[in-house]
Design a protein around this ligand. Structure first.
Ligand code: GTR
Length: 435
């Protein structure tokens, strides 16, 4: 065995130091430090949702619907979320469980399996639905996907354990649960089911990875392969990523809700938290059957303006979650200035339907100010379409929601979904449904 001479050790140390010093700028360029300083937000000009690509102003609703809205939709399809295929799958629904006396008798619980292939062998999703028994008429429903399985949203032992993808996603099981079954009810803090029912609303939820697993699998699992053209093995650079797939799942859930005689499908409120908030906004933009859309702390790629580059940025989100957006979105990393659209325009695609954007004071990663400004700058489109938009010029104080056709609040605390958030959403829905 030979030992190193002191000289060779010194030489090794020197070389390592040199490599560190030389590679620092490269590493920094790959992983720039997140900016949390309002003064360091770059100067930018937001594209005007009411100016056509040709430079002409949109002065009437007909021009909005026939020209400008399709233009904006195309930008988000081609450059950000990727296009959702037009092809229709042979989707079918099966009521796989029913309990008219759930949660001590206050609710009817249904589980509906939605099959995406005719022979039912491919991917499928399970909708867990709670309906309030004290309401005689058809009920409005909140539709919101969950992160860890339908069985985590409530300790209710009648809910089937979610099967898809939880094994690979085991580390995301909350409360340190050892097995999937142990995680029953572990996310219930975020899901005040009884409160929602008591206010006369139903709740429909789906485990999001039923539709597409949330890791970079080259789009070999989930629903993407069902849409590949002959010889295709992954989406093209302007075709959908995982957020597009989850948004598609929200629309397939809507297809089912339209068939359920217990539900008022003209009053389906789409709600999503964080990455599922991004998906909810994209689903609400593409599918006008959703009558109200709620973004809870959706941040970068959701409600927050990208051009502010505050907190999470396009570069960082694409590096960490390369499967969320289409490949064309990569070119905007550390290059937000070149965007010809921004997230206020995504919000404007929901107009004139009621839209709620919610932030949390400590959730700087999601850029609360950028989320507020986005709602504010979507307002001109809401106004053109005959509504009042957002009734605030400056961000309201924490805990004080502003509610008109656009609602906004920032609450104290972290990135999360709290009872306060839900109370605001229920109040917002009541206001718009004249309850
Ligand atoms: C973070 C991601 C955010 C947000 C969040 C979540 O890691 O950076 O964009 O989507 O995850 O979904 O919880």
């Amino acid at each position: 065995m030979t030992s190193k001479s002191p000289n060779s050790s010194l030489c090794l140390l020197f070389t390592s130091l040199l490599i560190c010093v030389l590679s620092a700028p490269i590493l920094f360029a790959q992983n720039p430090v997140a900016n949390y300083d309002e003064k360091a937000v770059p100067a930018f000009q937001l594209p005007d949702p009411l100016i056509l690509g040709s430079g002409d102003a949109v002065l009437d609703t007909a021009t909005w619907w026939s020209l400008r809205r399709p233009e904006i939709m195309e930008m988000f399809e081609n450059e950000m979320f990727g296009k959702t295929p037009d092809m229709k799958l042979p989707v079918s629904f099966e009521l796989t469980s029913l309990d008219k006396n759930a949660l001590g008798g206050i609710a009817t619980r249904k589980e509906i399996t939605v099959y995406f292939t005719a022979d039912k062998s491919g991917p499928s999703m399970v909708i867990l639905l709670y309906l309030p028994n004290h309401v005689e008429s058809k009920v409005p429903v909140f539709l919101a996907m969950n992160f860890n399985g339908n069985h985590t949203i409530h300790p209710d032992s009648g809910v089937s354990i979610t099967r898809s993808w939880l094994e690979v996603n085991r580390e995301s099981l909350s409360n340190g649960s050892k097995t999937v079954a142990d995680s029953r009810g572990s996310a219930s803090r975020r899901w005040p089911v009884e409160m929602i029912l008591q206010r006369g609303y139903g709740l429909a939820t789906i485990y999001y990875e039923d539709i597409d697993p949330d890791f970079d699998d080259g789009f070999q699992n989930g629903i993407h392969p069902l849409f590949y053209k002959s010889g295709q093995t992954s989406p093209n650079s302007n075709e959908w990523g995982s957020i597009g797939a989850w948004a598609w799942g929200y629309s397939r859930a809507m297809d089912y809700l339209e068939t359920d005689g217990d539900i008022d499908s003209r009053r389906v409120i789409l709600m999503g938290h964080s990455r599922l908030g991004k998906a909810a906004l994209w689903a609400g933009a593409q599918d006008q059957r959703f009558s109200v859309v709620i973004s809870n702390n959706s941040g970068c790629g959701g409600a927050a303006l990208s051009k502010r580059a505050y907190g999470e940025t396009i570069g960082r989100i694409n590096r960490v979650f390369p499967h969320w957006f289409c490949d064309n979105f990569l070119k905007y990393g550390e290059n937000e200035g070149s965007l010809t659209f921004d997230q206020h325009m995504l919000l404007s695609l929901i107009a004139p339907r009621p839209l709620y954007v919610a932030s949390a004071e400590e959730d700087l990663w999601a850029d609360p100010q950028g989320e507020f400004l986005s709602a504010l700058h979507a307002s001109p489109v809401y106004k053109l379409l005959g509504t009042d938009g957002l009734q605030a010029e400056a961000r309201p104080l924490p805990g004080l929601p502003v509610m008109s056709t656009i609602g906004y609040h920032i609450r104290k605390g972290k990135h999360d979904v709290t009872d306060f958030d839900w109370e605001c959403y229920l109040n917002f829905a009541d206001m718009h449904f004249g309850k």
